[in-house]
Ligand binder design. Sequence first.
Ligand SMILES: [Zn+2]
Length: 352
Amino acid sequence: MKSLVIGISLLSVVALSGPAAAEEPAPTEPSATPAPLVAPTGVVAAQVGSSVEVTWQPSAGALEYTVTADPTATTCTSVTTTCVFEALPKRQSYTFTVTAADATGSSPASEPSLSLIVKPVLDKPIFRKSKVLVGRSVRGRKIWALRQGNPLAPTVLLSIGQMHGSEPAGLKITKRVRKKKIAADADYQVWTIRTVNPDGSRRGNRYNARGVDLNRNYPGTWSSGARNGRRPASEPETRAVMRFVKRLQPNGVLSFHQPWNTTLSVCDRRSVQWVRRVATLIKLNQPGRASNCGKWLPGTLNRWTARNTASWFVTVELPPRYRAARSIPRAASAVVKVAEEMAAEKLLVAAR
Ligand SMILES: [Zn+2]
């Protein structure tokens, strides 16, 4: 059994080395009829960072309290009405009971707290700030990434609004996603990049300012071609995204394009469920096997991501005209919904 002692050592030191210990001990009268200790009440448990903090109402006359976590029977001892469990195994459900003790004995156990699932959290945020400079374009325009949700959540979704400057729908979707309220204690964090091609976006042009198709410039599957760049990762926009994704280590990536009205993936096992789920949520045509796994394009971000991270990757090909009143909100809701579902699935899978 693991026992965590908070604050009790201080009390012991005082009792042993206080002035009373050095002098003749005063004769102690046994108290006539000590009132029995009553059980503490109002036990509440909450996760704070990676720890669980348990609080309760005091019992009159108590000198010390012991909190027991069930089902692991881990205990925590305190002289105040708060005790912190630092190292309970995550992804488990717990209830907590408290007993009070005085010099003569212990109270009965309190009523248990409501059950609490201890969720996994990161030790520290991946990026300290919620707005991160990913890099700069050929013309020096800044590429920003914004975080919403819980900076310590282990489920990380990246949504890229635009890579080809002539495909504007994802810009509006990103704007809409960024207006959504995602709780700071959510089980996930959503990162959005409005465009990874700000120069092309400015001109409504598919390519970057040097005429390169950024989705043909990624290393690993690169091949030479008029629009593919002089060499793999020759473009600053490409290198910026690579650096950011390597550091972020997302669990899933959505990348918006137009105009095919379906979703595409790299056909890896990680992406297979999400490529269908995203098409359903956004109401796009379900991907056919052939369009998915048939011919590969060189130098794409999705294949680079599959080779360099553990993330799934879904390319979202919206229809050519994507401006129906309901379309943008639906796609924005889908982005958040995907993050939510990823987080729920991660908890379930790990708890098995
Ligand atoms: Zn595109």
